[in-house]
Design a protein around this ligand. Structure first.
Ligand code: F7E
Length: 419
């Protein structure tokens, strides 16, 4: 059996977190035969390897059995067992923190071969990451999802995993449709067929509403998506509804408007702006290139939204909820505010694609428009009405845009290295 780089030897004293991997080696049939009540056929338990330099030695199948049993026991000792798919993103980070504080056992699903590794989870305080049981696999694989859900019988599943960039979905629709549609289909079906008591919360998106038809969009707004991403999220929303109504599982959608944080991915406009602002304020000679600055978004703080998700999951009856601030700002407002917080005022001149922003003190051009960031089927504005979440869950956003920007700038200052 060939050892895998980056994983520790499970024969040693087992540290957490564990990574349950599907085994495609010829030894898998024997392994499963020898271990009763173990993870599904083909799974193994490997503690995550913490030092990139160590290479694990080969081990025998008896040791896998022992390691697997120990993990299985450990994960049944606490009250609730939760799976978070897409745990490596900003939302996974905040949700993990909130649920660990509740004493839950957290299992996290990371995409196989993800270039980002454990992503935002790396920012968890010391000792917290070690409490998370990590699995590696793709939500698009129904066999893998079936086995994981059948074996683990989670109390709750937060399905966050998705291809989440709208721009990327326009470029590569197939990948987005595959991940975002098959993912929720596989999970909902595995729950229905193999673990019907598991509660399922699907992270939906305001992108399914498309452009504003009503001044604010709520749970009853008719979806009208304009991107493959929005289409996939609409399908997920309907699927969750269908499974709830017709198959009787506890399933609900959180319809999330744009939510950002210090752990936001670089591909999103807020993080892109913050990174440029910090570099420019730090003295770098740089110009921020943007697409349409006049689109409007309802931006909230990811942590607030994840608190909403936890409240949703605690309800006896499943229901869908919108999470939003109800405040609209343009991308240009965000740019002005972020530069302003970094001590730079901008003079704007020119129009349309020729519009530029110059540093009021130095005259240097620090913002330009680049047509390549414009999107076909752009949503010019989207604003949420979270009245239902407020009335039924007692939820309201705690963080306004200025505070969000300040958190993002502070984090960027601390973590960015000079180029
Ligand atoms: O774009 C405009 C862009 O990529 C925001 C995801 O979380 O929220 C997010 O989707 C706006 C768009 O987010 C650039 O055209 C201008 O109008 O940050 P974004 P998004 O597409 O709104 C929804 C609710 C989700 O569910 C998604 O998963 O900013 N914009 N110039 C730009 N956007 C980017 N990325 N880069 C630019 O240079």
């Amino acid at each position: 059996m060939k050892p895998q780089a980056g994983l520790l030897n499970p024969t040693s004293e087992l540290p957490s977190p564990f990574l349950i991997r599907r085994d495609k080696t010829p030894g898998q049939a024997n392994l499963s035969k020898n271990c009763n009540s173990l993870p599904p056929l083909g799974s193994r338990v490997w503690p995550v390897f913490n030092s990139a330099k160590r290479v694990p030695p080969d081990i025998g199948q008896e040791n896998y059995c022992e390691a697997t049993l120990r993990t299985a026991r450990a994960s049944t000792q606490v009250s609730k067992k939760v799976l978070i798919t897409g745990i490596g993103g900003q939302d996974g980070y905040f949700l993990t923190k909130l649920l660990l504080e509740k004493g839950y056992t957290i299992h996290g699903l990371l995409r196989r071969d993800s270039p980002k590794g454990r992503g935002s989870l790396e920012h968890l305080e010391q000792g917290k990451l070690e409490q998370v049981i990590l699995h590696e696999g793709n939500v698009t694989s129904s066999d893998f999802i079936d086995e994981l859900i059948r074996f683990s019988q989670f109390d709750e599943i937060y399905h966050l995993a998705a291809q989440s960039s709208v721009a990327q979905s326009i470029q590569h629709p197939r990948e987005t449709i595959e991940t975002n549609v098959l993912g929720i289909t596989n999970i909902a079906t595995a729950i229905r067929d193999k673990s019907p008591k598991t509660k399922l919360l699907f992270a939906g998106s305001s992108e399914m509403f498309g452009d504003i038809e009503e001044s604010k969009q709520s749970e009853s707004t008719h979806p009208h998506p304009q991107s493959p991403y929005g289409l996939a999220k609409e399908l997920g929303f309907h699927l969750v509804n269908t499974y709830r109504k017709h198959y009787g599982i506890w399933a609900a959608t959180a319809i999330l408007f744009n939510h950002e944080s210090e752990y936001r991915g670089d591909q999103f406009v807020t993080k892109k702006i913050i990174k440029a602002v910090v570099r420019i304020a730090g003295g770098q000679n740089e110009c921020l290139s943007l697409g349409n600055m006049y689109v409007k978004r309802d931006w909230g703080y990811a942590k607030d939204y994840m608190q909403g998700l936890v409240l949703m999951m605690e309800q006896e009856e499943p229901d869908d909820y919108v999470f939003a601030t109800g405040q609209l700002h343009t991308v240009k407002d965000f740019v002005n505010s972020a530069f302003g917080q970094a001590g730079i005022s901008i003079d704007w001149s020119g129009e349309s694609l020729d519009e530029i922003g110059s540093n009021q003190d130095t005259g240097e051009v620090i913002v330009r428009i680049d047509k390549k960031f414009y999107r076909p089927g752009e949503i010019t504005g989207t604003c949420g009405d979270a009245t239902k979440a407020n009335k039924k869950l007692g939820w309201s956003p705690e963080t306004n845009l200025e505070t969000l920007i300040s958190k993002m700038i502070e984090h960027e200052k601390q973590t960015s290295r000079p180029a």
